[in-house]
Design a protein around this ligand. Structure first.
Ligand SMILES: N[C@@H](CCC(=O)N[C@@H](CS)C(=O)NCC(=O)O)C(=O)O
Length: 205
């Protein structure tokens, strides 16, 4: 049994989906319920995963660890396929995630006005470019993982939702949109969202 520290609809949702894809049990702890989260992760970010005595941080590292440990086909053995899978995970986690994080940062740290609007537009344009890269990758296959969703597809589907929080246009092509819709319809994804929601409802009552 793993324990996952999460925030609703944050990147930790992808970790939970992947744990479910791997058939693993997971207990969820909402970060907001922890008084001193810095004691758990001094960086302050989620996901944080507890595996027995071990405390794991950094989303991509956690996912690679889980795929390796549970011998998942989402982490292929053959060198070229392995390299592509890791590159895709890093593209999602280290390139697309921070590009979305910019929107949160601008909203939280710049006063409303022309400068903020321009910064938001520039961030959205960058995201549109990144989704074009995804669109191009999907010209020959439905998922970054080929015929089936990979960890990177799951990460991207989680991030794509964040665009709806902001008054900007981020263009996601039809192939990427189909990939996202498929991942969102997966049982593991639906159960993960429902598990977060049920805790949120409990906290509110
Ligand atoms: N490099 C970290 C960054 C993770 C990250 O930015 N997480 C966001 C949520 S998606 C976060 O924890 N933000 C602060 C917060 O929610 O309080 C990782 O990949 O795990």
């Amino acid at each position: 049994m793993y324990t996952l520290y999460y925030s609703p609809r944050a990147c930790s949702l992808a970790t939970q989906v992947i744990l479910r894809e791997l058939g693993q049990q997971v207990a969820l702890i909402n970060k907001s319920t922890i008084e001193s989260f810095a004691d758990i992760n001094p960086v302050g970010s989620i996901p944080v995963l507890l595996d027995g005595e071990k405390t794991l941080t950094e989303g991509a590292a956690i996912i690679l660890y889980l795929l390796h440990k549970h011998r998942s086909s989402m982490l292929p053995k053959e060198a070229d396929d392995y390299q592509q899978a890791v590159q895709d995970i890093m593209f999602a986690n280290a390139t697309v995630h921070p590009a979305y994080s910019r929107l949160f940062f601008i909203t939280q740290n710049m006063s409303a006005g022309v400068a903020q609007t321009d910064a938001m537009k520039a961030a959205a344009q960058h995201l549109t470019q990144l989704w074009l890269v995804v669109e191009s990758r999907l010209s020959k296959q439905p998922f970054l993982g080929g015929g089936v969703p990979s960890a990177a597809d799951i990460l991207l589907a989680v991030y794509a939702h964040w665009g709806s929080f902001f008054p900007v246009e981020i263009i996601i092509g039809t192939r990427a949109q189909s990939m996202i819709s498929y991942v969102e319809s997966m049982e593991s994804f639906q159960l993960a969202v429902a598990a977060e929601q049920s805790q949120t409802d409990e906290l509110a009552s």
